[in-house]
Design a protein around this ligand. Sequence first.
Ligand code: NAD
Length: 455
Amino acid sequence: MTGNDLLATLSNTPIARQLGVPTVPALRRHRPGDPLLAGPVLVASAGTGRFATPVAAFVEEHGQPAVSEPAEETLHGVVVDLSGATTLADLAAAQQILTPAVRRLGPSGRLLLIGAEPAEAVASAGAEAAAVAQGLDGLVRSIGKELRAGATANLLVAAEATPPAALDSSLRFFLSARSAYVDGQVVHVGTPVGTPQEPAEVDDPRAEERPLAGRTAVVTGAARGIGAAVADTLARDGATIVAVDVPAAGEGLAATANRTGGTALQLDITADDAPERLLRHLAERHGGVDLVVHNAGITRDKLLANMTEDRWNAVLAVNLGAQLRINEALLAAGSPLHDAGRIVCVSSQSGIAGNRGQTNYAASKAGVIGMVRALAPRFAGRGATINAVAPGFIETEMTQTMPLGTREAGRRVNSLRQGGLPVDVAETIGWLGRAESGGLNGQVVRVCGQSMLGA
Ligand code: NAD
């Protein structure tokens, strides 16, 4: 499904291929029942990393061979552990591994590098090690721009204290079809926060299909668009949904609650008593909450020269002010947030790159990133995490109404040459929302197909 993207629909027809129309790759997306890995995965390391052995075991546990040389057949994935790469010779060895490997990477293939924290590398092994660790950033972003056919490249940066098991939920995400539209991202994984969770057993059906079983998730702005897709996806993965939206969106809200088997709460999140009403609902009706998705958001676009106080204040109140107040309530003593609680905030590429006509919106969405970074240590202090997703161009009602030129630029100026779908944002939120994702805190993950805007 590609929304109303005519080029994507046409580009896979024989006539388009004859005419040489530039192709838009069909991205593989997760369907319940599909195996996590679609083929062999090359697992290698340069330097003395400690992740290659557990990653190889992960691959084998998921029913695919972990190969150390590029195989004859097409590879589903390539994982190179560079967490122990400290010299330019190690980096050169990585190139020798990667060059033949990328040639064999199949459609919607997955390339994942694992690196060290540059700040830790300099302390333990000096400037060259720090330079090599930072070099992976440029390396992975460039690979992302070179890969074709829907393949992606991402980097996990592991701290020295990060146990290999803390990477498990990120391997499940980045090696699977769930990360279809996440490309060119650098994600830091630290010591897990919250109740240490044993990774679910592979033969446990929850592992792949119901990773959120037993967890209660609130989704604001759940009546339509991305929020509705988040509610559907989290419910598919086993979560109990509390869908929140304004009374005016009551019909869509009821539809979401019915589809997901969850409950609906009509609430304007900017109301003075909104945090208190939300938390009371969660405590009384659900006995607490495990995952809070701050998705509700609005735009009131105007050039700054024509901006009004009303437009400015409305956007800042919904997109940032309400999240700040609800988060403070979640942090307060006696809050219903459970241990291993997860907060996921929806930011935007506009908050990273800026956007003409969106000074209010971009300020609010950049503010969300600042809030996430500021609150990460405080949530960690009570066994929880807070992270943000920053969607790029997503095929929604909002983006369908953009002028054609802006819409086409948004769709094409990224490594995957298409817009994302609401489900792509939802899958990313689902990964950050897992109890096993406690190693991820204060992170901002773009869901943008490696958009060149603000890159
Ligand atoms: P949408 O307009 O389709 O849905 C937003 C929902 O939030 C609506 O149901 C609306 O009623 C609800 N809402 C608005 N104000 C509210 C309030 N005060 N209280 C409770 N609910 C409220 O938007 P969407 O495209 O699905 O976007 C969802 C989120 O993703 C927003 O935060 C948006 O900024 C962000 N985002 C979207 C895109 C995109 O391409 N569509 C890109 C980047 C970020």
